[in-house]
Design a binder for this molecule. Structure first.
Ligand code: PAF
Length: 295
């Protein structure tokens, strides 16, 4: 019997349910965990106000064929009540993979994520676990943890689910005012424009080497024009976003990339505040027959 787990913090939306369906295609039973984990929220972040909708979540899980919902309380996970800080003496130390993207803006966030995911893996003991592409840095970190610590769990990625106007689905979208909601899809539009421009640069580089196979060893990398990213940051800033970062990084180590090497997978990722809402989004990019991953 194969078990797939979908870890969540609740406030389930279509994005989560698509992960549940993907888990169901990979296993006999799906376990959904629902726990708003305090150790991954920094001071001043939205731990208290994070939407909590357990009854609706459980009903949605039931309708989507979930075998078990595990929704522990703080005392079960950390031996504390709501008023005391979680008790733990062991923590993760991450090097390099949190130097970029959300890492510098959310100190200790990913250590808290790895801590709770590790605990949930030990409790549920799944054969596979599905995490969304939207939290791309989290996904690469969890896969790295599972690999380095020889955890017998397969880490799967579910594509980002989007609203019809392109906004990535997120439990935090409920914080957006109606004006902000109208502007929010600009983030994905910027990511797509950068991806198209990178495709264009790679396409021109390829055409200048007519007849040469791009996968041949020694095929030159394409330099990235930094202006394509800075123009999008300016555009977003002018429209009321406060951009925390807008970066092109290598995978799986998540390091800044100023050249595109054929065949390698890159992430173009951004985080921006719109009013009090912090939005994140990303697209994947590979220089390969000018094909890209995801939508
Ligand atoms: O992605 C999330 O919702 C959370 O970071 C996770 C993985 C459930 C850990 O609390």
């Amino acid at each position: 019997m194969r078990v797939a787990m979908v870890p969540t913090m609740g406030a389930l939306h279509e994005g989560h349910l698509s992960l549940v369906r993907q888990a169901g295609e990979n296993a006999d039973h799906v376990v959904v965990t629902i726990f708003v984990n305090p150790t991954q929220f920094g001071p001043g972040e939205d731990y208290e106000e994070y939407p909590r909708t357990l009854d609706t979540d459980v009903e949605q899980c039931r309708q989507t064929g979930v075998s078990l919902v595990f929704a522990p309380g703080l005392s079960e996970m950390y031996g504390t009540t709501g008023t005391e800080a979680p008790k733990h003496f062991i923590s993760f130390r991450i090097s390099k993979m949190t130097d970029q993207l959300c890492g510098p803006f959310r100190p200790a966030h990913f250590e808290g994520v790895l801590q709770v995911v590790n605990k949930l893996f030990n409790i549920v003991q799944p054969d596979a676990a599905v995490f969304g592409q939207k939290d791309i840095q989290q996904w690469f970190l969890i896969r790295q943890m599972a690999g380095e610590l020889d955890m017998p769990v397969e880490i799967l990625m579910g594509p980002t689910r989007r609203e019809p106007d392109g906004l990535a689905q997120s439990s935090r979208n409920v914080y957006l005012t109606s004006d902000e909601r109208k502007k929010a899809p600009m983030l994905f539009e910027s990511l797509q424009r950068i991806r198209w421009q990178l495709e264009g640069q790679c396409h021109s580089a390829r055409s200048t080497r007519a007849g040469e196979a791009i996968t041949e060893p020694g095929t030159p990398a394409v330099s990235v024009n930094p202006a394509i990213i800075s123009e999008e940051i300016n555009r977003l800033d002018e429209n009321g976003f406060h951009v925390e970062y807008f970066s092109l990084v290598t995978t799986p180590d998540l390091q800044p990339a100023d050249v595109i090497e054929p065949g390698r997978l890159y992430v173009i990722a951004t985080a921006a505040r719109l009013g009090k809402t912090r939005l994140i989004d990303n697209v994947l990019f590979t220089f390969k027959d000018s094909q890209t991953h995801d939508a």
